[in-house]
Write a protein that binds this ligand. Structure first.
Ligand code: HEM
Ligand code: HEM
Length: 282
């Protein structure tokens, strides 16, 4: 998800609510002789509202699990999630009167902070994703698509090389001959083809743009003019393959990030409930 114009309304609503809450907190803080406290009536109201916002944010995962529900699109939910989730931060501080409380409260507060900050970090990560990948293509789909796209690159490269070298020279590990066509075919077999493979390692020599550029340049210097277009095509296909590697890496990060943000929000729920129970018990 990108923070674009579709977020304007939510941003405006959030800012208005934040301004109203800040004014209310100012009035309440001035009028309480002992300072604002989590246990006062306004303090508890802040706590309840902030907790409801967090609960609402957590409902996103239910919404995603049941895509068929007619309850607004996942995208709209995510917008609300982001802005109301952010708003819960200041509200919980208004609840505690900027005090840290005991160990339980400190843990709950710390978790809230980490969940909100990791949300911001994840969003920043999504902004870095290449445009086509951004709009909530689930990582699973990306990893299903990868072999298909690679196979297509490989096929395209096979065709290009066969058309200049002949299929037999291009793909069969024949005896090396000194002519440029065999040189190109050998380079293709030994380096390019394994890089276009879906299982290519990120450590593959052609995965590094500089090393790849140097390797292609070496071959370029030794080829006759009629073979250059084929070499250029192979270089373009390798660049596409590098792009895919990058995308796969970013999707792994996105996946990893959700494993921080999601489970910690569950921990926040647990500690929030424990805090409320003990606050009223003792
Ligand atoms: C206390 C507040 C929050 C809670 C409890 C919370 C909880 C969650 C949970 C449980 C998910 C996982 C949904 C799923 O995939 O099943 C999620 C996803 C997400 N959250 Fe939050 N979150 C909070 C605040 C925020 C904030 C402040 C931001 C951003 C500024 C944010 C951004 C996101 C994003 C971008 C996703 C990923 C949705 C996707 O594309 O799959 N969250 N959150
Ligand atoms: C995740 C949500 C919450 C967090 C992170 C949180 C955090 C805190 C913190 C840090 C304090 C200590 C303030 C101080 O030292 O003066 C506090 C106090 C308190 N909170 Fe919460 N709170 C949350 C939700 C709630 C909710 C929903 C309620 C219920 C209405 C509530 C009721 C109280 C009460 C009664 C106190 C006073 C306890 C005392 O003075 O011993 N809190 N809270």
């Amino acid at each position: 998800m990108l923070i674009d114009r579709t977020h304007r309304v939510w941003m405006a609503v959030t800012l208005v609510l934040l301004a109203a809450a800040t004014v209310a907190y100012g009035v309440y803080a001035r009028s309480s002789p002992e300072g604002p406290r989590g246990g006062s009536v306004p303090g508890m109201l802040f706590g309840i509202v902030a907790s409801l916002l967090m609960l609402f944010a957590g409902l996103l995962s239910l919404r995603k699990r049941f895509p068929a529900w007619r309850l607004g699109s996942v995208q709209s939910w995510l917008r609300a999630h982001i802005w109301l989730g952010l708003l819960s931060g200041p509200l919980i501080l208004f609840h505690s009167g900027f005090q840290w409380g005991g160990l339980l409260e400190q843990i709950a507060l710390g978790l809230a902070l980490v969940v909100i900050l990791s949300g911001v970090a994840g969003l920043a990560l999504q902004h870095l994703l290449p445009r086509v990948m951004r709009d909530a293509i689930p990582a699973e789909a990306m990893f299903e698509q990868l072999p298909i796209v690679c196979a297509r690159l490989q096929m395209s490269a096979d065709q290009a090389i066969s058309s200049v070298c002949g299929a037999a020279t291009a793909l069969a590990p024949a005896v090396e001959q000194g002519d440029p066509a065999s040189l190109l075919a050998g380079f293709y077999r030994q380096q390019v083809r394994s890089f276009l493979d879906p299982l290519a390692k990120p450590q593959h020599p052609l995965a590094d743009a500089t090393r790849s550029g140097a390797a292609f340049h070496q071959i370029h210097l030794r080829l006759s003019a009629d073979l250059q277009p084929c070499l250029e095509k192979l270089e373009r296909l390798c660049a596409e393959r590098r792009n895919l590697l990058l995308q796969a890496k970013m999707h792994r990060w996105l996946h990893g990030w959700l494993l921080v943000h999601g489970p910690l929000s569950v921990a926040l729920l647990v500690f929030g409930v424990a805090h409320v129970v003990t606050a009223f018990w003792y």
